[in-house]
Design a protein around this ligand. Sequence first.
Ligand SMILES: [Zn+2]
Length: 184
Amino acid sequence: MLMLIDAFPKIGLRPAVFAALVPNSADKLLKDVAEEIMCDHEMLGEGSMGVRTKMALRISYITPSELISMRRVSKVAIVDVRDEERSYDAHIAGSHHYASGNFSGRMPDLVEALKGKDTVVFHCALSQVRGPTCAQMFVDYLSKKSEDAGIREVVILERGFNGWKASGREVCSCMDNPCKAEAA
Ligand SMILES: [Zn+2]
């Protein structure tokens, strides 16, 4: 057993940190214990990196000025989850509209619409309830999907559309979805 563990670094495996943690190993055949340890190592290795990357998708908040700088360096999609307000209250140029009211049923469409993007910014009017709720639903949806949608970051725009507008940022009043206006 110990020889096997000692051999890990030599054959390129990480040190056997789990070796002492295999439960009830005293009653098991050496072969079974060794197999269990090897499986732990496989799980730590390349095979599960995709899954681990997905699990690392955490939602954070950004300010309007951070969003503007983010748009310069990342492939950002803005997703407006306000409901009927969008039709009479303008929107951020270039944003998509996925109303919170029927958001869950439209997530497959959203994933399709986000192809080629790596960052998704959610917002509602104030980003207090609908924005964060839809962002979380979307992250959960991505984590259950088997194929990688390519999204590396999910963020919420602080203070939502109202905060964006109040800080003097440019808004658009077109009726297109997604909005085809150039991002400011
Ligand atoms: Zn527009």
